[in-house]
Design a protein around this ligand. Structure first.
Ligand code: CP
Length: 316
């Protein structure tokens, strides 16, 4: 459990670093809170006073399109003041340490740091070094965790299929390097899906995968049969220090989601991907852009789910 992450008696989350250790009722409360924001947004109510007077800093030490933008939108729609620290133009470029950067921002009375970092454990480290009045939210750290992505994925599934307990879910791709997969596995298991399987090239499967509570499949043509949700993961070429996978064409042949493969899954099977996608590698364009794909819905739902989590961390 991360420092002070678990909800207090009032239900407030001090930090949000990982799904690990959070109870089912906390995850359900996040999903239900997101529903209220989504419903209001659908009625053209786009702005809420919930976090008026609060200051949120986006501290992204690693690139992002979806997460950064949806956090900025979520915080703005909750009426918080938002600062996107441009780290490539900040004093970290002059050698300032991470801790000195944190102390500097804390001196400005910021309430919450949203942190993305290429090092696993970075958000936990920051949460361990800030004062009690500052909250830390993990927006993706190395290969460890991406808890808000997992929650928006669960939210997207629940909006289509509220009967989570009946669903058979398959996660396919680069599990080894995927902070998203780790967080999804914890969230989906905590919420109680019927079955959860993973499939990856042997070199991209963590050795302790069974300890995460999943079945391991080895043939995609067979694994897709009877699935209600298929989550494809990006091949993370940038995290590979040696060659772990066949070339893109061979990868697609063995592990890519094609129309033919999707046709073997249950009717209406949801196709998901956290993005960014490698088209014609882990997923064909005709599937990514097809009628069963909810990939762009995932992005849009990121706003409501992040509004929910921010409000549960900062509203008193
Ligand atoms: N899914 C995700 O984290 O995307 P970004 O890297 O664009 O934020």
């Amino acid at each position: 459990m991360s420092p002070r992450q678990s909800p207090s008696d009032t239900g407030r989350l001090a930090h949000f670093i990982t799904i690990d250790g959070l109870k089912r009722d906390t995850l359900v409360r996040i999903l239900d809170t997101a529903d209220t924001f989504q419903t209001a947004s659908d009625r053209q109510v786009r702005k809420f006073p919930t976090l008026r007077g609060k200051t949120i800093v986006n501290l992204f030490f690693e690139n992002s399109t979806r997460t950064l933008t949806t956090f900025e939108l979520a915080a703005t729609r909750l009426s918080a003041d938002v600062v996107n620290l441009k780290l490539d133009h900040s004093s970290t470029q002059k050698g300032e340490t991470l801790l000195d950067t944190l102390r500097t921002l804390e001196a400005m009375h910021c309430d919450l740091f949203i942190v993305r970092h290429s090092d696993s454990g970075a958000a936990h480290f920051i949460a361990s070094h800030v004062g009690d009045e500052v909250s830390v939210l993990n927006a993706g750290d190395g290969q460890h965790a991406h808890p808000t992505q997992a929650m928006l994925d669960c939210y997207t599934i629940r909006r289509h299929r509220p009967d989570l307990e009946n669903l058979r879910v398959l996660i396919v791709g680069d599990i080894l390097h995927s902070r998203v997969a780790r967080s999804q596995i914890m969230a989906l298991n905590t919420l109680g899906v019927r079955s959860l399987s993973v499939l990856a090239p042997p070199t991209l499967l963590p050795s302790a995968i069974h300890a995460l509570g999943v079945d391991v499949a080895d043939n995609l043509d067979e694994a897709v049969v009877d699935k209600d949700v298929i989550i494809m993961l990006r091949v993370q070429y940038e995290r590979m220090r040696e060659v772990h996978v066949p070339g893109p064409e061979e990868y697609r042949r063995q592990y890519g989601l094609t129309e033919e493969r999707l046709a073997r899954a249950n009717p209406g099977c949801l196709v998901m991907h956290p993005g960014p996608i490698n088209r014609q590698v882990e997923i064909d364009s005709s599937v990514a852009d097809g009628p069963q794909s909810v990939i762009l819905e995932q992005v849009g739902n990121g706003v409501a789910i992040r509004m929910a989590i921010l409000s549960m961390m900062l509203s008193s």
